[in-house]
Ligand binder design. Structure first.
Ligand SMILES: [Zn+2]
Length: 394
């Protein structure tokens, strides 16, 4: 058994609130021992045990790896031209998803695999050690199944999003498409998926269709997530709460009743519905940001994720999302870092990632900076010096 000591950590963010150190569970002048891919010990550097190998953090900050709980990596082509048109004044409607569907269906497995691996690697270099990956650009039985099989090669957090948009060939008969999603498409997708998700929005799926699809997924053992309240007010958030969703994502347009519904799940021990905010989408569509303060002040658990996708948020950078959340959404740096690590883990109902304590996975990053504050303070700067996943340098 090989052990690794991460030593001379100036600031260790643990997110282990059982101890001292504020909401991030910060420890100073610390060391962390890794054995068999797990955290085996955390304590003062001066008390560090012997180990087979040593990684000198040089007084820098060490944090849990980012947990990006919302990404769409299985696609072909890009939509740079659409982005440029939007920046020149055209509104975002979600209709461009069909452009990517066409390109994805035409791509080979190896082309899709290459894109997934490129983006997963890109995210890893920016500190993301857990990354949820959705299907949703195939929208046929075979294309959704292969999208998820390819995603599952690089992540255990895979999500069936056959209900991303109604494909063009079903435009006049959405009921038939819902039947396809709940029937043969779900059957083909479920073996490769942990979650099911629906884009519940005007122009995508209404609340009755969304409820039916999510219930079918639950019936075969998939956990529920919802794309909700992104483009306008709607029923998605409350549908998610009703179904015990792990997360409702976007949450840009919320009523008081939506916020109350989310806050009420906090008292339900173990079944919290997290509000996952995706500021890359508002950035890339030049839209108003979600009101993070309102959610936090109401006691809602908030996560941050990239929504990495070729249309509305083509970034894989969690540090960028942290910086946006602090500058544009009035989250404190500590709140944003927590939301991007422990919050993401909550959104995936995981207690072994997003936290550094004995027994947790040794997923962590060493910054080129003395404090987590620098992630927001130095936006756009490559601050991630070293990433360990399962204790293995990446
Ligand atoms: Zn999304």
């Amino acid at each position: 058994m090989s052990s690794l000591l991460v030593d001379d950590i100036g600031e260790l963010v643990t997110n282990d609130v059982g101890g001292e150190g504020g909401p991030l569970g910060i420890r100073r002048d610390a060391a962390l021992l890794v054995e068999e891919g797990r955290v085996a010990w955390i304590g003062p550097a001066r008390d560090a045990p012997a180990a087979d190998r040593r990684l000198d953090a040089g007084g820098a900050a060490v944090l849990p790896g980012f947990v990006d709980s919302h990404a769409h990596l299985v696609f072909a082509g890009d939509r740079a031209t659409e982005f440029a048109a939007r920046m020149a004044g055209q509104p975002y409607t979600g209709g461009g998803i069909r452009t990517t569907v066409g390109a994805t269906r035409a791509a080979t497995d190896d082309e899709l695999r290459a894109t997934v691996r490129r983006l997963r690697g890109e995210a890893m270099r920016q500190g993301t050690t857990t990354m949820e990956i959705k299907s949703g650009y195939g929208l046929t039985v075979a294309d959704e199944a292969r999208s998820l099989a390819i995603a599952a090669e690089v992540s255990e957090e895979t999500t069936f999003l056959g209900a991303h948009v109604v494909p063009a060939e079903y435009a006049d008969r959405p009921d038939d498409y819902v039947g396809l999603v709940c029937g043969p498409m779900l059957a083909a997708a479920a073996p490769h998926a942990r979650w099911i998700d629906v884009f519940c929005e005007r122009g995508a799926f209404d609340v009755d269709h969304a409820r039916a699809i999510l219930a079918c997924g639950q019936a075969v053992g998939l956990g529920v997530r919802v794309h909700a309240n992104q483009l306008g007010p709607g029923p998605g958030v409350q549908l998610g709460v009703e179904l015990g969703a792990a997360s409702v994502d976007h949450c840009t347009h919320l009523t008081d009743a939506d916020v109350d519904a989310l806050a009420s799940t906090r008292v339900d021990g173990g079944h919290t519905t997290v509000a996952t905010l995706l500021p890359g989408a508002e950035f890339s569509t030049r839209s108003p940001y979600p009101d993070a303060r309102r959610l936090l002040d109401a006691g809602v658990t908030v996560a941050l994720a990239t929504d990495c996708n070729p249309g509305s948020s083509y970034t894989s950078s969690m540090p960028f999302c942290v910086a946006l959340a602090v500058r544009e959404m009035r989250m404190t740096p500590a709140e944003a870092v927590w939301a991007a690590t422990a919050g993401g883990a909550r959104a995936l109902r995981r207690d072994d990632v997003g936290v550094l304590r004995p027994g947790a996975r040794a997923d962590l990053m060493v910054l080129d900076a003395p404090s987590h504050l620098h992630l927001a303070y130095r936006p756009g700067v490559p601050l991630i010096r070293q990433v360990l996943r399962n204790g293995v340098p990446q």
